[in-house]
Design a binder for this molecule. Structure first.
Ligand code: ATP
Ligand code: MG
Length: 544
């Protein structure tokens, strides 16, 4: 066990105090997704918190599927969620479904009826809403509130047996229609709903409500700390009421924390699902999606995501984190772990008239590691540079290549542009250059002062690639509060032709590279095409 007196989040403070006072002697958490979509970065925060807290106190964390809403849930989502959690490297102790407990949950509802603490109500959803009262006015008691225990037992059983239509009757907890907390004004705890459940099929035509089912499931699993997001704070009295009044033996505690929100990012399964259904993205795993499967496909390392979640910590106040802060962690991780290589976007041919033959130049596989091995890159007479690294009409202080100007080719030689071949539209198609033999990197005696260094690839060895770059799916802060559709950035994928070193072509599918001067890219094989897909750009725009 780590030293837990040195806590940096309020949940740990609570647990430390409970451990000290002997209120608990172990920590058992659970991650409780509803299998109605794919997990996103927000869920990663909850995952890190639940699994991280359990680990910190040598406890355990369950995976708990909250599947009380059969119409929206699917086995496809269950499988995807498990996959995502494994990707993050978390191991659950036990896996359970709310549906595993449907019998117990039902029996406890019968017990509540027998104790006079629940009743069958015939009001419609609309009528229940209209009699619930407001923040300043109490609610109105249902005319069915005084039904006898016998009648309630009979009606509830009939609800279960399919005697009533969907919505015709509900079971309500009998609490207090005048409670200052609206959630306590005789909340519905069971509804009639004919929907095929992804696990129990058509066994049930009544389903428990989340607020009633969740505490029971927590208790059954032995959960000690039920961590959830702030919107459930007002539901905590009902959570506790359920625990107390069903009489379950084990009594978990609910603690709320702030949701993670990130700029330029949608963080709601409902919206993400809409994007997929509308075809605005290629699927849940589109590299622009903030889903875990999207991030994985993008090439974001699981470690980077976990470092980010660790660093932002947990708080009691909702806030929005800059997306650049998240990117900072991706870059930081890849800088240490991704090999360097060269690829050029929109290639421009360079012919070095005074160079013959071939020779090896030396590159660090990863210069952020002082013991980095070296790798050789073959230099030659014909090369490609990026169109953007040459200008026919250079602005002042242009340090890349221009006519009659000099530039250094990374880890090779200084070259001078002697002539430019143009196409019919006046665009450069080939640069006729000469190299300075005394300027070889590491042994430069040329005396030429050259401010720019650019990357290159050897034309006779280079392979064709497609480079893909991405923008955010959502436009910036200035659009905030606007409808999600208005904030959508519909032009967020950009594809470019390119040429890459053969080293990249030989690497394994999925390998991340730092493409020199460009950014971090993941190598992907798509049919007979090599795609270099942007993970994160080179520039760190995050200011602490
Ligand atoms: P969404 O609104 O995206 O559908 P949800 O809260 O309905 O999210 P669940 O499947 O119920 O999704 O979430 C599982 C767990 O993850 C819950 O404990 C939930 O509070 C937590 N969670 C979901 N979104 C976030 C977020 N943005 N930040 C932190 N925790 C989150
Ligand atoms: Mg939910």
């Amino acid at each position: 066990m780590e030293n837990f007196t040195e806590s940096k989040n309020f949940i740990e403070d609570i647990i430390n105090e409970e451990l000290e006072k002997g209120v608990v002697n172990t920590v058992h958490t659970r991650f409780p997704p509803e299998p109605n979509g794919y997990l996103h970065i927000g869920h990663a925060k909850s995952l890190c918190l639940n699994f991280g807290t359990a680990k910190k106190y040598s406890g355990v964390c369950n995976l708990f599927f909250d599947d009380t809403n059969p119409s929206k849930e699917k086995t496809e989502y269950v499988d995807a969620i498990k996959e995502d959690i494994k990707w993050l490297g978390f191991e659950w102790f036990e896996m359970h479904y709310a549906s595993d407990y449907f019998d117990v949950i039902y029996e406890l509802a019968v017990k509540l009826i027998k104790d006079g603490k629940a009743y069958v109500c015939d009001l419609s959803a609309e009528e229940i809403k209209n009699t619930r009262g407001t923040l300043t006015e109490p609610g109105v008691e249902s005319p069915y509130r005084k039904r006898s225990i016998e009648e309630n037992l009979k009606l509830f059983e009939e609800m279960k047996n399919g005697v009533y239509k969907d919505g015709e009757k509900v079971l309500r907890a009998k609490i207090d229609m005048a409670s200052p907390n609206i959630n306590m004004r005789d909340p519905v705890i069971y509804r009639v709903l004919r929907a095929t459940h992804h696990r129990t099929g058509d066994k049930w035509c009544i389903y428990p409500m989340y607020d009633y089912a969740h505490p029971i499931c927590d208790s059954m699993q032995g959960v000690t700390h039920s961590l959830c997001t702030l919107e459930f704070e007002d539901h905590r009295p009902l959570y506790n009421w359920t625990i107390e009044n069903t009489g379950v033996a084990h009594k978990p505690r609910q603690i709320e924390f702030a949701r993670l929100n990130i700029t330029n990012t949608v963080m709601s399964k409902r919206y993400l699902k809409k994007l997929v259904e509308d075809g605005a993205v290629e699927g849940w795993d589109d590299p622009r999606m903030p889903t875990l499967t999207g991030l994985r496909n993008r090439g974001v390392p699981a470690e980077a995501l976990k470092n980010f979640c660790e660093e932002i910590g947990v708080s009691k106040a909702n806030s929005e984190i800059e997306v650049s802060y998240f990117e900072h962690f991706i870059r930081d991780y890849l800088n240490k772990n991704a090999e360097r290589a060269m690829a050029v976007e929109n290639p421009l041919k360079v012919t070095i008239t005074n160079y013959e033959g071939v020779e090896d130049t030396e590159f660090d596989v990863n210069p952020s590691d002082e013991n980095s091995p070296k790798r050789s890159v073959v230099f030659g007479k014909t090369l490609y540079i990026e169109q953007d690294d040459f200008s026919l009409n250079p602005p002042p202080k242009y340090f890349r290549l221009k006519k009659d100007g000099y530039v250094r080719l990374k880890n090779a030689y200084i070259i001078k542009c002697d002539d430019v071949k143009l196409d019919d539209n006046g665009n450069p198609v080939e640069l006729i250059c000469s190299y300075i033999p005394e300027s070889r990197s590491g042994n430069d005696t040329s005396g030429i002062k050259c401010k720019g260094t650019i990357h290159w690839v050897n034309a006779s060895l280079a392979v064709d690639v497609e480079l893909r770059k991405y923008e955010y799916l959502l436009n910036d802060a200035e659009y905030q509060g606007q409808d999600f559709n208005e904030r959508m950035n519909y032009d967020s994928v950009h594809k470019f032709i390119g040429k890459a070193e053969p080293y990249i072509a030989l690497s394994k599918d999925g390998t991340p590279f730092q493409l020199l001067r460009k950014g971090y890219y993941k190598k992907m094989v798509k049919g007979d095409k090599i795609v270099l897909s942007e993970i994160v750009s080179m520039k760190d725009s995050f200011k602490k």
